[in-house]
Design a protein around this ligand. Structure first.
Ligand code: UDP
Ligand code: MG
Length: 319
């Protein structure tokens, strides 16, 4: 292939201090993609590495026209690196993978084949996983919770190895730590999400970039995400329900106390009295929070709708 036709596959690879694996990774990617006989580009995103990674990547780029390198001045996180890669990728299909050789480039043809059985995103599933138990167990819990709350059942949301149709990566917004939820974001935009068991390897060079805090971070991000997806355009539906429940409980308690008062029971210093008042005040507060949310939602109501790429519409809204 000459590198002149339209790009068929873009591979997006975020990396942060991965000097030990970059050469081998590049080598294996060129082998696999070369054998597939398609136009491709390798988009390496240096997320502010402070080891020799950038130097090595510039050497690789000098010898391979299909390599593009984007360098962050300082570390921004995997989501940011992916976001830039997604913006830049021009291929009809976009593949993401980690730079540490834990993901296997040999899976690329399998992912592509699976995608073309009728999906817009196929996520890798590290069925046999080569990570320490201290990571595998919390990860199981994370995947289970994310699946239960989001309504899509995947075994492995956060696998670095995934394939997307280009329109998917142009439409989903990844920032913060949202890279863990890309299948959820795509699902809520109406894309068809599937998964494929892939080969996984132990880390040979360097060390993991995410500590134990990753699991707390994952949980907070999940809550934010679900709120954003389900209630951001109708906050009163959430706060109104919660507020009303609190208000009604408070009201019931006060009615009960009032009935008692007519029967001669003094209520002034009963703890239940406090609970009833608290219920009513909290209820009103939470309810009005929802009303305020509605006003903000109305101002932000020109949101992007999930319009399919083949629609007859002048210009689709930017992602
Ligand atoms: N990574 C990154 N920026 C970061 C942290 C990680 O680009 O701030 C890259 C990292 O170099 C690797 C991928 O994201 O290519 C996955 O990271 P890691 O292997 O440390 O995660 P784990 O496999 O332990 O989940
Ligand atoms: Mg890794």
């Amino acid at each position: 292939m000459s590198g002149k036709g339209p790009v068929y596959i873009s591979v997006v690879i975020p990396f942060y201090n991965e000097e030990g694996s970059l050469r081998e990774l590049h080598h294996r990617l060129t082998d696999i993609l070369g054998a597939m006989q398609v136009e491709y580009e390798l988009l390496f995103i240096d997320d502010g590495s402070r080891d020799e990674s950038n130097l090595i990547m510039r050497e690789i780029r000098a010898g391979d026209l299909r390599v593009r390198l984007v360098t962050f001045r300082c570390n921004q996180g995997k989501s940011a690196a992916l976001a830039v890669g997604f913006k830049t990728a021009s291929g009809e299909y976009v593949i993401t993978m980690d730079a540490d050789l834990q993901d296997d480039p040999a899976e690329i043809p399998n992912l592509l084949a699976k995608l073309n059985t009728g999906y817009d995103l196929v996520s890798g599933w590290k069925k046999v996983r080569y990570d320490p138990l201290s990571k595998r167990l919390p990860s199981k819990l994370f995947n289970w919770t994310t699946g239960a709350l989001s309504g899509i059942s995947l075994h492995d949301f956060n696998c670095g190895l995934k394939i997307y149709r280009n329109e998917v990566v142009k439409e989903i917004r990844v920032y913060g730590e949202r890279h863990r939820f890309l299948p959820v974001l795509a699902h809520y935009q109406g894309f068809r999400v599937g998964e494929l068991a892939v080969q996984h390897h132990p880390r040979r060079f360097g060390k993991t970039k995410f500590g134990m805090y990753r699991f707390a971070a994952g949980f907070f991000d999940l809550i934010t995400l679900l709120f954003r997806m389900k209630f951001v355009s109708k906050p009163l539906h959430l706060f109104g329900s919660l507020g009303s429940i609190s208000f009604l409980i408070g009201l019931a308690i006060l009615i009960y106390l009032t009935v008692g008062w007519f029967q001669g029971n003094w209520i002034g210093n009963r703890p239940l009295f406090m609970v009833g008042i608290l219920g009513i005040i909290a209820g009103v507060q939470v309810f009005t929070l929802g009303l305020l949310g509605e006003m903000i939602a109305e101002r932000n109501s020109d949101k992007d709708y999930p319009i399919r790429a083949d629609s007859d519409i002048e210009s689709r809204q930017p992602a």
